[in-house]
Write a protein of this length. Sequence first.
Lengths: 117, 113
Amino acid sequence: AQTVTQSQPEMSVQEAETVTLSCTYDTSESDYYLFWYKQPPSRQMILVIRQEAYKQQNATENRFSVNFQKAAKSFSLKISDSQLGDAAMYFCAYRSPLAGTASKLTFGTGTRLQVTL
Amino acid sequence: NAGVTQTPKFQVLKTGQSMTLQCAQDMNHEYMSWYRQDPGMGLRLIHYSVGAGITDQGEVPNGYNVSRSTTEDFPLRLLSAAPSQTSVYFCASREGGSKNIQYFGAGTRLSVL
């Protein structure tokens, strides 16, 4: 079974600075998908960024980028030019491409990000 | 565009009561699933469906039933609520194909006393 580990329960960053959230995972599969979700106080789960394991290029979405290290099974999220609206819980998630687990996302325990002035 | 709609947003039950959490999506997605979110544990899969008439168990299915009679709806039933089912419940849907993006509802906060 796959597992996802987020070793930073809480992180803090000053506005306009850069912060990196860590995520490692364990799998025996060679092809899979990785995601970062943001959960603000409203509870809504919002997709931030996704990465297909077969792609070597790191995904980027505006101020959000990932550092995907497949051999190390590491998938960190970098937030540049942090804004107050970035304050939220961030979850790393893994999805297997196997048909039998078509919908299952395996989540880490989350990292709470605080953004200070 | 409503996306994934969950009702109710909040619910308080007494031990032993039954109830149904509703989930509907208007995106014609094949895949739907239910997760529960507990403090310090991330989200865990309860049940999922890969299409109308097809459901299967996730990691933590005990105490919950699901059915999928239409593409749009995927209700989650608690047969006899227990305090251990106090949690926040999320419904999600995903289209088939390569995009693999799950869309989540706003969640239902359930307390069982």
